[in-house]
Design a protein around this ligand. Structure first.
Ligand code: PXP
Length: 256
């Protein structure tokens, strides 16, 4: 099972102040040191978190694989083709949404056409492709007909059913979808809304080969890292009186 870490929300914190920290490229390197098998980012049209520069720097820097999520809009596919990441996951995108809300609509020829065009362009460049879809057998058949390499099963409904009696049904739905997708020759990925509390049953499904997890890992990083971050600031503040420069004297910054 590969674990890809989505670092979009490192960039969300940076964009809250429009500054240069925290840097998603540094975060990606730390995620790799922690054992991530790859890094996922969603390049949204509105660039609300990750920017095209981030994606280009990530592609140059990381040592594992880059999974770039984009919509099938022509200019986004142009960008993906130019970056040449390891993999591209095509996702639906709606300007008003807080996060990706559902899987791709594959129900009509008109909806499938732009996806088919995007898939062929990516495939021509040797980029592995994936379609983010609901765990729905009909959607899987359409995805297989579109000749994508993989599908990413949307685990949001499973995640939202936490503590509800329907959660078991959602897990069964994911298991059936994984089996069906695998049976049609597709690689099976899963993601969205997975947390430390709900991931185990999904990670135990034998046919799923990749998980994409973001928000919960970045949230935990804030908490497990906060104590050390405060201690370091406290040390700087406590040491300040001894470091006050005389007028005109330059002091190098502390090396944090
Ligand atoms: N997979 C896809 C296609 C996504 O759009 C997202 C969210 O950007 C994720 C996985 C990760 O979801 P989460 O941040 O809830 O773990």
């Amino acid at each position: 099972m590969r674990l890809y870490i989505n670092i979009d929300h490192v960039a969300t914190v940076r964009q809250a102040r429009m500054t240069d920290e925290p840097d998603p490229v540094r975060a990606a390197v730390l995620a790799e040191l922690g054992g991530a098998d790859g890094i996922t980012v969603h390049q949204r049209v509105d660039q609300r978190h990750i920017s095209p520069r981030d994606v280009r720097l990530l592609q140059e820097t990381i040592r594992t694989g880059l999974n770039l999520e984009v919509s099938s809009a022509d200019d986004m596919v142009d960008f993906a083709v130019a970056v040449e990441p390891t993999a591209v996951t095509l996702v639906p995108e709606n300007r008003e949404e807080v996060t990706t809300e559902g899987g791709l609509d594959l129900s009509s020829e008109a909806a499938r056409q732009p996806l088919s065009t995007a898939l062929r362009r990516l495939e021509d460049r040797g980029i592995r492709t994936s379609l983010f879809i609901d765990p729905d057998l009909e959607a899987i058949d359409h995805a297989a007909a579109l000749q994508t390499d993989a599908v990413e099963l949307h685990t949001g409904q499973y995640a939202n059913a936490l503590g509800h009696p329907g959660r078991g049904d959602e897990l069964v739905r994911l298991a059936r979808a994984a089996e069906h997708a695998h049976g049609t020759g597709l690689a099976v990925h899963a993601g969205h809304g997975l947390t430390y509390e709900n991931v185990v049953p999904v990670a135990a499904l034998p046919l799923i080969e990749e998980l994409n997890i973001g928000h919960s890992v970045i949230s935990r990083a804030v908490l497990v890292g906060l104590e050390r971050a405060v201690r370091e600031m406290k040390e700087i503040v406590a040491a300040a009186p001894a470091r006050v420069a005389r007028p005109g004297e330059w002091l190098p910054p502390l090396g944090f």
